[in-house]
Design a protein around this ligand. Structure first.
Ligand code: ZN
Length: 63
């Protein structure tokens, strides 16, 4: 069976605007948010806090 499977992560746009794809990685007791643009948050004690950092980065980068 063949079908046109699209990648889960979109490619970087060719118009010069990088995609900001964030993810949260847990390091022991801490959580750190990473972005595809190279940004990462400080280590947080809370995964929710790290996720919020990622959302704020995403919002700040969109403007
Ligand atoms: Zn970013």
């Amino acid at each position: 069976m063949t079908h046109d499977a699209r990648p889960a992560i979109p490619h970087q746009r060719h118009d010069g605007t990088p995609e900001h794809i964030t993810s949260v990685t847990e390091k022991g007791a801490f959580a750190v948010a990473h972005c595809s643009c190279g940004w990462h948050s400080p280590a947080r004690r809370s995964r929710d806090r790290a996720r919020r950092d990622a959302e704020e980065h995403h919002t700040a980068s969109a403007t």
